[in-house]
Write a new protein. Structure first.
Length: 401
């Protein structure tokens, strides 16, 4: 029997005894003489339930109450501890788990600079070195910078520029640096000056004068490169190679050549491969020689490179990959400096893809004496033709017409 049951049983017995004693006192029934007996019967109390109390219940009630109080306190502490525990999180399977909140990915960074951002970049760059406001300067006092990076526009491009200026006017000022005797060197704007002379409309042009103390040759070249970024894709390989070399040291560009020039990284690597080629060749890579084709001939002898460039310019032809391969093959079999070296005429013939004449055939004397002694020339020609037809029919890798 556990302690709680014992306590309950003992309390019931104690209450019953107390009630019985109180009831007996209140009734004060008379006492009758009775014979002596071995036991005293319990006083009868109406509605009382008589329960036999086990011996183990008849213990000290004070000790029982103390145990009951200790047990109740322990139960309350246990309940409080259970309530203070954090609620258990049910484990969900991968199918029961709710999908995570959708997080929109960050937009990818642009591969190349936009036109608007490039305009802002060029404007800030120019303002840094040319703080003086526009001032009109006589055209006669404007001369080219002593070390220009870019060649003048060709006739067609210059005509387009003249037409544009005639319709819209001179929208941008020239960038100049002061020289001696009131002369100014043009850093940016040579073609616009030439267009103004061609049109004959202006005697003076608005210019922004740069600070001579900070405009070193290196900074002047950076200004030329930055102000020409808009036409990077139209530059020749020579102009691009110069531009890239200058921009590599430009603090504002920070080595982001592809981003600012808008030229793919692969093409920049190809430009690096051909950077030490003949200058005449480099000056026509782009308009005349595609960049991919230039890579094919990058190891061509420098004398042959000059010869090839002149042949392309004089014949007004563009170099194809097929012709480039033929040039490399001819250079392999006719190295420069040898008695069979490629001539200027042969290079022109290769460039123009002129059909090659049939070679003259020489039959060895031993073959002639062995097979054709006493035979006519017609017989010999017929036998040789039949033998060649049979030979080339068997060797299918050689075309037979």
């Amino acid at each position: 029997m556990n302690l709680s049951n014992i306590s309950k049983h003992a309390k019931a017995a104690r209450n019953a005894d107390t009630k019985r004693i109180d009831t007996t006192t209140e009734t004060k029934q008379p006492t009758y003489a009775s014979p002596t007996v071995d036991y005293i019967p319990d006083t009868f109390v109406p509605d009382e339930v008589h329960t036999e109390i086990p011996d183990e219940v008849l213990m000290d009630m004070t000790e029982l109450d103390m145990r009951e109080a200790a047990e109740r306190k322990a139960a309350e502490e246990s309940k409080a501890a259970e309530q203070s525990k954090p609620a258990a999180v049910p484990i969900e399977t991968e199918f029961e788990q709710s999908p995570p909140d959708f997080i929109e990915p960050a937009p990818p960074k642009p591969e190349y600079i936009s036109n608007e951002d490039l305009k802002a970049f060029v404007k800030n760059f120019v303002n840094k070195y040319f703080p003086i406001d526009d001032m009109p300067i006589d055209i006669s006092r404007l001369i080219p910078y002593h070390d220009m990076m870019f060649a003048p526009l060709d006739k067609q491009a210059m005509k387009r520029l003249c037409d544009e200026i005639a319709d819209e006017g001179m929208s941008e000022s020239l960038l100049v640096i002061s020289a001696d005797d009131g002369i100014y060197k043009i850093i940016s704007g040579h073609n616009r000056k030439q267009a103004a002379i061609t049109l004959g409309t202006w005697s003076k042009l608005y210019c922004r004068v740069g600070r001579k103390s900070v405009l070193t040759d290196e900074i002047c070249h950076q200004v030329m490169a930055v102000t020409n970024l808009f036409r990077a894709k139209d530059m020749t390989a020579l102009e691009l190679i110069k531009t890239i070399a200058v921009l590599e040291n430009c603090e504002e560009i920070n080595h982001r050549i592809s981003y600012f020039t808008r030229i793919p990284e692969d093409d920049l690597e190809k430009l690096a491969l051909i950077s030490d080629m003949n200058l005449t060749i480099l000056n026509i890579v782009g308009p005349v020689i595609p960049l991919d084709v230039a890579v094919i001939i990058r190891d061509l002898d420098r004398k042959y490179q000059e010869m090839l460039a002149q042949a392309l310019i004089s014949t007004d032809r563009k170099l194809t990959a097929k012709v480039a391969a033929e040039v490399m093959d001819a250079a392999l079999h006719k190295p420069s400096g040898s008695k069979d070296a490629i001539t200027t005429q042969l290079m022109r013939d290769i460039v123009t893809e002129k059909p090659k004449p049939a070679p003259k055939i020489r039959i060895p004397d031993s073959v002639r004496e062995r097979w054709f002694r006493g035979k006519t020339a017609d017989f010999a020609e017929r036998i040789i033709a039949e033998a060649l037809e049979e030979y080339f029919a068997k060797h299918t890798d050689i075309e037979v017409e």
